[in-house]
Design a protein. Structure first.
Lengths: 350, 380
């Protein structure tokens, strides 16, 4: 086991000790203290150092422990923007928005950003909002807004995590704006999708574990549930989904470009495939795990709901399976001119 | 207990230049072979596409037994290089069935358990694509329950006398040898200690092969009868009584390879430029799943050299991969029913559909796979 995994064991505690905790819990406090909330970001950019594999490991394990915390946001999209703009990630909660709902217009000496974005992760509680907005000139404008420059209406996803409606109408002086090429918008979306894929993987692992533990101890008809082949096969199906998610996420992290480098077609396919796989797996695993745990699984007392509600939420965030499947089809058609095998194997040439 | 999944987490190195070069060489070879009429692209070509001439050309190109030692006709390449070549041939729908079993599992088994004389005799012939093996496992009364095989080998003064029969043996009518799992211990005894692997020459007296016609109109499955067939001691693979353990070790090779998810690939490829409007997301999902299955299979193949065969991981790849094959057939079939596609796609679909029931049966049924997987989590 690596040093990082050992540290994560210490910080996150045994199994589900901290399941359901958020930023006011002790697990988050320890993650911040130990610098794990800035892993994968260079020290020169305010991070703790390490590579994307480390960032993924922390994100997966926090989700596996059942935490609802702003980790995927910082370690993926925010880290990406920091590298792209040579910026520094400050302390606190940072979230990033880069959708069509954001626009930017050049006015004398600066840029006016307007945004009306729904369900922004941690949008009401963040200390900084990082915005990416198309300028209509083939470039996008990036800026960082302090908390008093946007307003937000609080909301939550099915797991109770903050997903807030954000409104921005701010004039930002030119020296606080960085211009980036237009593909930064999709790259930001890809990094967000990878962050969610890591979280989904963590919740998938935990769901498998909870189901496997339950069906061997729960007895009906004088035998454990696991004595029924239908139950064993349901569990095997869940294990297969988790295995696929493991490989998909591992592959996507492998293909993540070096900080600041552009994303090619193979990186796009690997990350899209990870989000598609983990999202489809989320539906199937949540359903199967609840079926195996019976009525117990739907109670507030049992930890399963911390994972199933997150599986349902994260599945639909940062681009659903259908969204990314459309992108993959387009990638084969356009980037690879219909040559499917070239699309599948081009990643080998990375 | 979750250790069975950790291998899927591992990073996989990017392919080095020599493997990318090897891929290009296979693609050129396939183009030339299609142009010269040596091959036609088909679905399920690893099991149905039997062409001794094609296999000889593949052997001559150095693509059979790539990982084997130089002295036995191999090239001592990495398993990653073999993986690349195999999936290129499968994706192209090339007829590789004649040498398939030799390359995938007989060769590796000989290297693990064979004597130096067996290795020196068989491996170079197999690597040249000149000697083909079939695998004698299933019997009329032993399908999924392989440990119950009854074909019996009894001791003689000079070796073994074999009586019994095998069934569902692919391409037995064309094979030179069979690697057969037979019972050397007590009838009805536990498989551990009672079974032995024998190399049986298919042309010798007492061996009768009867092809079985299947619903696809083909005759690649065979029934093989043994009537007092004499097998000399030097044709025992490994140790007498160790057959069960040896066979279980082979299954990792048999279940995790790209043939478990590429059987319908030529059909999907033929539709890549003909996806009907509004069905793009279905196509994108199939592509994504293929990308993930490749990532899974590649990670398992990395471990096939290791001391312990990754049996549970291989079972997972087999279960997911073969279900993917069926689903890809369902999706593309629907596109074709809407009027999309080309004559080539319709030919491939008509050829693949009758083979579909076999996808989730061969190599151990998916129900057996799921029992193996569940056992790894303590469910029995």
């Amino acid at each position: 086991m690596s040093d990082l995994e050992q540290l994560l064991d210490q910080v996150l505690g045994k199994e589900y000790a901290h399941a359901g905790e958020s930023v006011d819990g002790s697990a988050w406090e320890r993650l911040v203290e130990t610098g794990l909330t800035r892993v994968g970001i260079p020290e020169s950019s305010g991070g703790s150092g390490g590579d994307p594999r480390d960032a993924a490991a922390v994100t997966v394990r926090a989700a596996q422990a059942g935490l609802g915390v702003p980790l995927a946001e910082t370690l993926f999209p925010v880290a990406y923007l920091a590298a792209k703009t040579f910026g520094t990630v400050p302390e606190g909660i940072i979230t990033a928005v880069g959708l069509d709902t954001v626009s930017a217009v050049t006015v004398g000496g600066g840029i006016r950003f307007t945004a009306s974005s729904t369900a922004v992760p941690w949008g009401a509680v963040a200390d900084e909002l990082w915005l990416l907005a198309p300028l209509g000139t083939g470039e996008v404008a990036f800026t960082r807004l302090p908390r008093d420059e946007w307003t937000a209406v609080s909301g939550t996803n099915l797991a109770g995590e903050p997903r807030d409606d954000v409104t921005v109408d701010a004039f930002v002086r030119g020296d606080r704006v960085v211009l980036l090429p237009i593909n930064a918008v999709e790259e930001l979306a890809l990094t967000a999708a990878l962050g969610r894929s890591c979280q989904l993987l963590g919740a998938l692992r935990a769901s498998l574990r909870l189901a496997a533990e339950y069906v061997v101890v729960r007895h009906q008809f004088r035998k454990p549930l696991a004595a029924h082949q239908a139950v064993r096969h349901a569990l095997a199906g869940v294990a297969g989904e988790v295995a696929a998610a493991e490989a998909a996420v591992s592959q996507a992290v492998d293909y993540l470009p070096r900080p600041g480098s552009p994303f090619g077609a193979s990186e796009t396919l690997a990350i899209a495939a990870a989000k598609i796989q983990t999202s489809r797996g989320a539906t199937r695993v949540a359903r199967a795990a609840h079926q195996m745990l019976g009525a117990l699984g739907v109670t507030a007392e049992h930890p399963l709901h911390h994972f199933s509600t997150r599986l349902w939420s994260w599945r639909d965030e940062a681009g659903s399976a259908a969204h990314w499947a459309g992108r993959v089809a387009e990638l084969v058609r356009i980037e690879h001119r219909g040559d499917l095998w070239a699309a599948l194997t081009s990643s080998e040439n990375r | 207990m979750t250790d069975s999944l950790t291998l899927f987490r591992e990073p996989l190195d990017a392919e080095p230049d020599e493997i990318i070069h090897e891929r290009r060489r296979v693609r050129r070879f396939v183009r030339d072979s299609v142009a010269s009429g040596l091959m036609t692209s088909t679905c399920d070509s690893w099991l149905s596409g039997h062409s001794p001439e094609f296999s000889r050309q593949v052997g001559r190109s150095g693509w059979i037994g790539m990982t084997w030692p130089l002295e036995y006709g191999g090239r001592e390449t990495s398993t990653a290089a073999r993986f690349a070549v195999v999936e290129e041939l499968l994706a192209a729908g090339a007829p590789v069935a004649a040498h398939w079993f030799a390359d995938r599992q007989i060769g590796p088994s000989l290297l693990r358990h064979g004597t130096r004389r067996q290795q020196a005799f068989f491996l170079p012939l197999m690597a040249r694509g000149e000697v083909f093996f079939c695998i004698g496992m299933s019997e009329p009364d032993s399908g999924s329950d392989l440990g119950s095989v009854r074909t019996r080998a009894t001791r003689t003064a000079t070796g073994w006398k074999v009586n019994g029969s095998k069934i569902w043996t692919s391409h037995a009518q064309h094979a030179h040898y069979m690697l057969a799992l037979v019972r050397t211990g007590e009838p009805g005894g536990r498989p551990a200690g009672s079974l032995t692997q024998l190399i049986i020459e298919m042309t010798q007296p007492g061996v009768t092969v009867r092809p079985i016609r299947t619903l696809d109109g083909q005759e690649h499955f065979c029934e093989v009868f043994f009537d007092d067939v004499h097998v000399t001691d030097d044709r025992v693979l490994g140790r007498v009584g160790d057959g069960w353990r040896q066979v279980l070790g082979e299954l990792g090779f048999e279940r995790s390879g790209p043939e478990r998810f590429l059987s319908t690939y030529p059909l999907l490829r033929s539709m890549a430029q003909n996806v009907p409007d509004g069905r793009e997301t279905e196509f994108g999902e199939l592509v994504a799943r293929l990308a993930v299955l490749r990532a899974m299979s590649g990670r398992v193949s990395h471990h096939l050299d290791g001391v312990e065969a990754p049996g549970v991981a291989a079972a997972i790849v087999k279960d997911l991969g073969t279900r993917f094959e069926n689903e890809s057939l369902d999706v593309v079939g629907e596109w074709l029913s809407l009027g999309a596609g080309t004559p080539v796609a319709r030919r491939l679909f008509a050829q693949a559909q009758p083979k579909a029931p076999g996808f989730t049966l061969r190599g151990g049924t998916n129900e057996i796979m799921r029992d193996i997987i569940a056992r790894a989590w303590g469910l029995t």
